[in-house]
Each structure stands twice: as C-alpha cells, then as structure tokens.
Design a protein around this ligand. Structure first.
Ligand code: GLN
Length: 538
C-alpha cells in the first residue's frame, strides 16, 4: 500500500503547488522510490477540455487520452513518467460517478450525501492512483485554496485518510504566500497563520509549510510560522521566485524537503544524485553569445500558460547547445494587420501551435507562407499543420479558396475536414485524443529526426487532412511523411528543398522531457540556430 503526501494551498491561488508537488516527486524518484502524482481539481467541469485557455491555460493530454490540468505536464516532465487518466480527478467526475451509482441503485436506498458518498469516492480515486501505479509514495495536489467552499470535500477526504491508512503513512504540506510590505519593509506571516487556522478548523494540520516568497525568509518570520502554526522550524521552507523552474527541486533539496517528508512517513532512502539537474540549470543560466529567436504565433499569447508545454519543449530543445533561446510571442492578428515580413523576418524560426476557432487564422497562414518562401525554419503543430496544408493548397496547388471545414462550409476545397464518421459531434470528450501510432516514410526529414519508422504521439483534434485532396497536394510537392498505419490519416507533412519545414497533426509538446528533448523541437532549434549563424552579425 502506498503512502500519501497531500499538498494544499493557502492565501492565494497560482502559488506553484504543482511545481512543489513535481519537485518533491523528482526528489523522491531520484532516491529510487516509485512515485506517482495526482491532481484533484475542485471545479464542476468533468475535465478542462471545454474550458477556455484564458481561464485554464493549456489542456494537457495524457498517453491514454485524458484531457487534464496543465500541472499533469509538470508532473510528467519532472518525474519522467507517463501518467494516466486516473491521475487527474475533478468534482465533475466525482459527482458524475456518484450520481450514476445512485441511478443504478448501488446505494441501496441510502440518502446520498457529500459525506460519506462524495468523500468516499474521492478517497477511492486517490487510493486507486497509488495502486495502479504501484507507487510507494502517492503525491496528491488539491487544487484551489484552503477556505474555498469547493475544495471542502477534498480536504475532508484527505483528513479521513489519516485515519484510514494511519498517521505515519500520510504527510501534509501546505504551500502559502508570504507578502512583503514595502511601506513597513517587513515580510508578513499573518496570512499564512490564518490559512493554517482555517485548516485546523476542519481537522487538518500541516507537517510542512512551503512559503512562496520574493525574498529570503528571515529567521524571525520562520520562527513565527513555526510557533503559530505548530510545526518544527526546519519544516518551514521557502520557495523563492526563480528564473528557471528546474532550480526549484535543487533548492528544496538543499532545505531538506524530501528528508522531512521521508521522516514523517517513516521511510528511508539514499541521498540522490542531482548532478544532471544542476547541469541543466547551469546551462539555462549561461549567457551565450548566440541568441536564437523562435517565434510562437498564436492567438492566446497573452496567457502563456496556454502554451506551457510548447514553451517547455522549446526550452528542452535548447539544452546542450551553445546558444540561448528567446521565445518571441507573436499575436497572429498582428501579422494580419502588419504583414508577415514586418513581424517575423528577424526571427530565426517559427512555430505555429494548435488552436480552435478562426480568429487569427489568416495571420498564421501568412506567417507560414513567409516561412515557406523564405527558407525560415517552421514547425506547425495540429492547427499549425492544418494551416500549412491550407497555405500550400492555396498558393502552390491552385486551390485559392482552400480552407478547413472548421472555418468554412462553402469552400470548394475543404483540404482539412471532419472524418465522415465524426459528423454530428458534440463538444466535450469527442476528439481524437491520446496516443496513436504513426508510420514514418523513409528518406524524409521526419525519418531523419525520429530515426524510427513507427512512433506514438498524442492527439487532440477533430479535423484531419482530407484524403480527397492528398494526391493533388502530393503532386505539387507536399510530402506526406507520416500516416496512421492503415494510411488513412495524414499525421506529418513536410517540404523538401527547405532547411526545415514540417507540420504534424499530433502534439509533440506533450512528450518532450528535459533529458529527452522531442526530435521535432530539437530539429527546429538546430535549424533556427543555423539560420541565426548564417545571418550577417550586427
Ligand atoms: N481545431 C483543430 C481541430 O479540431 C485543431 C485542434 C488543435 O490544434 N489542437 O482539428
């Protein structure tokens, strides 16, 4: 049976609980322990698949096709393990399960209530994650902030688990915020004290407190938190703002996070070797002469969380090269207003990510045309790949009205369309989701990058390249370098006679890891670096 670490948040949301959970996971895994991490989201949506990226940031897709919170991406990247749909649970799912059971009569006439029925369902989902992953430690992050009405059933469930599995098998970590008052020049621990008081009122007391802070905690603040919140001074940790998220586990290790957790859980494990992580951080912090500028052309660029995995994958791709990466966020609507050349000509590479809806589409298509015609390295992902196909059809294959069925119902050339068996879909859980196999065509850029003939990549889309136009596009020079094994679905397209022009229907960003940059991102970075080098230096 697994032991459990519960991570709650206080004072503010968006404190980096996910990174704390991920860092602890990494530190325990580095000690040889089998770890899994789970997110409980207190909202009523069944999953974030239908939520706006402005509200929720990116939707992270697991190998088994669940649409989950972006924290799952941090977890996978930090513990380098593929997680499953069971690693993410929402109130919407919990209530759906309980109500379905009630309808089936499973509760045998009982009055169905938050306690015990909802809380039991939450506890079962937590225990199940530990069991299916065969975890020695299951880390559970409870979304939201202590004090929210919505998170109460989760807090009650994790309180009960202390009795269910025994005090020595659970550890509670509370992540809070320590504001600094400029007027009096002091850090303030009062909000943290109040948050812990709130926890105590519902029967929970933290074993460790991780304080998010912009400056180092003073002895005085640390002692105050220790005294008022009734925890050992060495269990008050600080998480300072950092430039690179991979510094956080190293910093938390220095402060003894994992050791304190193991002590609480009565476990022992050898000290970890974090040399690799330290190298990575050093790499990010080195100021190289070469600056490679890759533009991400999207429509949600005001909220960079909407492209979190893209950003991380780009970061991974730069590791080990003597160059710094600068990600340039470009609004596709700016290209529509000002033209592609004016906006992107000074970049070294361009990435057009996935998306939904027609806002900004023409700007993306203009950017892709510029990349195609000007030897600019280009990677198109999902909608980005679909736009590349539209651009090619319009400007190279004599189909000037080419479009996607998502945006035009009247075009005579729907080069991107729904598959016949997909008509009549509703929103929510109806896309092609999760990992699918893809066969790579020999002697292509894709084959060189992947160095493999069969790959598995994660999908999240409804539309596909329309087979009716495949032959015509291919005749004009669009190379289809990856398809589903039955060849019915186009998965990768590319252009020969171009330094780097490739689009994929899947989302490679979900599989990139710090120690294994994804081949498509790695290829884009190398090509962009080469372009940067070839440019006359100022
Ligand atoms: N909107 C497109 C589709 O549904 C692309 C989706 C995406 O980029 N994730 O096919």
């Amino acid at each position: 049976m697994s032991r459990f670490v519960f991570i709650t948040g206080g004072v503010l949301s968006s404190l980096g609980k996910g990174i704390t959970a991920s860092s602890l996971g990494m530190l325990l895994k580095a000690r040889g322990l089998n770890v899994t991490i789970m997110k409980c989201d207190p909202y009523l949506n069944v999953d974030p698949g239908t939520m706006s990226p402005y509200q929720h940031g990116e939707v992270f897709v697991t190998e088994d096709g669940a649409e989950t919170d972006l924290d799952l991406g941090h977890y996978e990247r930090f513990i380098d393990t593929n997680l499953t749909r069971y690693n993410s649970v929402t109130t919407g799912q919990i209530y759906s399960t309980v109500i379905a059971k009630e309808r089936r009569g499973d509760y045998l006439g009982a009055t169905v209530q938050v306690i015990p029925h909802i809380t039991n369902c939450i506890k079962e989902s937590i225990v199940r994650v530990g069991n299916i992953n065969d975890a020695e430690v299951t880390i559970v992050e409870v979304g939201g902030t202590v004090g929210d009405i919505e998170s109460l059933p989760y807090l009650e469930a994790i309180r009960q688990m202390r009795g269910d599995v025994g005090r020595d098998n659970v550890c509670y970590i509370h992540v809070t915020y320590i504001p600094f008052s400029r007027t009096i020049g002091e850090m303030k621990s009062k909000p943290t004290q109040h948050s812990v008081k709130e926890m105590r009122a519902i029967g929970l007391a933290p074993d460790l407190i991780v304080c998010r802070t912009s400056r180092s905690l003073t002895r005085e603040v640390r002692d105050k938190i220790s005294l008022f919140c009734d925890i050992d001074p060495e269990c008050v940790l600080e998480a300072r703002d950092v430039e690179c998220i991979y510094e956080i586990p190293i910093e938390l290790e220095r402060q003894g996070l994992a050791e304190s957790v193991l002590k609480r859980l009565n476990m022992q494990a050898p000290a970890p070797d974090l040399e690799y992580q330290k190298q990575i951080v050093k790499n990010f912090r080195t100021n190289h002469t070469d600056k490679v500028r890759i533009g991400v052309i999207g429509k949600y660029i005001k909220v960079q969380d909407a492209y979190l995995s893209i950003m991380e994958s780009l970061n991974h791709s730069s590791i080990g090269h003597n160059a710094n990466l600068e990600i340039v966020w470009v609004a596709s609507e700016q290209i529509e207003r000002e033209g592609a050349e004016a906006v992107i000509k000074d970049l070294d590479g361009v990435l057009v990510p996935g998306g939904f809806g027609d806002r900004g589409i023409e700007g993306k298509i203009m950017a892709i045309k510029y990349c195609r015609e000007n030897q600019m390295p280009f990677l198109g992902i999902c909608l980005g790949m679909q736009c590349a196909v539209i651009e090619f059809a319009r400007n190279q294959a004599e189909m000037p009205d080419a479009h996607s069925g998502e945006f035009s119902t009247t075009t005579g050339h729907p080069v991107i369309s729904l598959m016949p068996d997909q008509s009549g879909v509703v929103k929510g859980g109806t896309m092609r989701l999760g990992a699918y196999p893809c066969r790579i065509t020999e002697d292509t850029l894709a084959a060189r990058l992947y160095n493999s003939s069969l790959i598995y990549e994660r999908h999240r889309h409804r539309f596909e390249v329309n087979n009716e136009f495949r032959a015509r596009l291919a005749r004009k020079g669009l190379v289809i370098s990856g398809t589903s094994p039955d060849q019915q679905l186009v998965e990768i397209v590319e252009l020969p006679n171009h330094p780097f022009f490739i689009g994929c229907q899947f989302h490679p960003e979900f599989k990139s890891r710090i120690n294994r940059p994804h081949p498509l991102f790695a290829g884009l970075f190398v090509a962009a670096h080469a372009r940067m080098k070839a440019k006359p230096q100022p």
